[in-house]
Design a protein. Structure first.
Ligand SMILES: [Zn+2]
Lengths: 190, 149
């Protein structure tokens, strides 16, 4: 069954069918929220609340776009709002962790030298450094990189979700990656 | 091809968005320009590190969510006073859009104006369906404005 058919049935009263939608998108939605909000608060709880908001907003869905496009817009707007609320709880790494400097240097060397990075090489602290670096990006950059590199959406899908042309998406992704590289390698604000 | 042009292509190369002709030119450049090659490696690794950020929810995510939704249905009929305030703010938002459209048409920036409107329409759609603090709207409006300027 297509998403739109399921949504129609949910709106007709078969609300249990919403579980199909949730199952289909839960990991993607969760990953977006995690990318924006990181470990501030319980990301799973936040994801559930976002799904509840989407559920309540279903009567506003006009069936003009793909359901997923409409849904991801809500998820991104919600993630941005939550990440702004939680800003004060972000602890700067260099103050908090003794190993942060070492991890940072390791990560920089890894990024510059290794031809193919493997997940096993990335320690938890270095993951946190990347997380902190993503947080330094503006909302547009954060959104394109999350959708492209974490969610693996195509340029066209991202363009639809963000409501801009694919040409603009290409430029945004190029700029966002270079900005992230600057932050990570020059160590700005980390 | 000069390095500036190459820099623009690297990002597209990472996403397999280049023609075979462009790929050849890019790889030829990497053979002779170490700086661009290093940049490519760094960006490729950053992309890889980002992909490690994919997460999965726990096993009972959907079932516990559906329970929450069933519980919420009983308290759905309570009309909050906040929604009235929201409507006033939304009306103000429309006025803002109208006012800004006049400015934008004046300066021949109609396409930007169109996007503003769509975004606000979305903002309205979004906020009408929520039962949260009015503070949210101010934050959202601030965010939308920051996207524009
Ligand atoms: Zn070069």
């Amino acid at each position: 069954m297509q998403d739109k058919e399921i949504i129609e049935k949910i709106l007709e009263g078969q609300q249990d069918l919403y579980s199909y939608i949730v199952d289909k998108y839960k990991n993607k939605v969760f990953s977006i929220i995690y990318s924006f909000c990181g470990q501030t608060g319980d990301s799973e709880d936040i994801a559930q609340n976002v799904f509840i908001k989407i559920f309540k907003a279903l009567p506003k869905f006009k069936f003009e776009s793909e359901f997923s496009t409409w849904m991801y817009r809500i998820v991104i707007n919600e993630s941005i709002t939550i990440s702004k609320k939680n800003k004060q709880y972000i602890i700067p790494l260099n103050v908090n962790s003794e190993n942060a400097d070492e991890s940072k240097n390791n990560l920089i060397n890894l990024l510059k030298s290794k031809d193919n990075i493997e997940k096993q090489l990335i320690q938890q602290e270095t993951q946190q450094i990347v997380q902190t670096a993503i947080k330094q990006l503006n909302d547009k950059y954060k959104t394109v990189l999350t959708l492209r590199d974490i969610e693996d959406f195509s340029y066209e899908e991202i363009a639809q979700i963000m409501n801009v042309s694919t040409g603009n998406i290409k430029i945004l992704i190029f700029r966002a990656r270079n900005r992230l590289k600057e932050i990570l390698i020059k160590g700005d604000n980390l | 091809m000069d390095c500036n042009k190459i820099q623009e292509l690297i990002s597209l190369y990472l996403d397999n968005e280049l023609s075979s002709q462009e790929v050849m030119e890019l790889e030829k450049h990497f053979d002779v320009c170490n700086k661009c090659k290093q940049d490519y490696i760094a960006l490729k690794n950053i992309k890889a590190v980002l992909s490690f950020n994919r997460k999965e929810v726990g096993l009972d995510f959907t079932s516990s969510l559906m329970c929450k939704i069933k519980k919420e249905k009983f308290s759905n009929n309570i009309i909050s006073f906040g929604s009235m305030k929201k409507k006033i703010i939304i009306a103000a938002g429309f006025l803002f859009v109208f006012a800004s459209s006049v400015i934008f048409i004046d300066t021949n920036k109609i396409s930007i104006n169109k996007q503003t409107f769509q975004t606000y329409e979305h903002a309205i759609e979004y906020y009408e369906s929520y039962d949260e603090d009015i503070d949210d709207y101010a934050e959202y409006e601030e965010y939308m404005l920051s996207m524009l300027y």
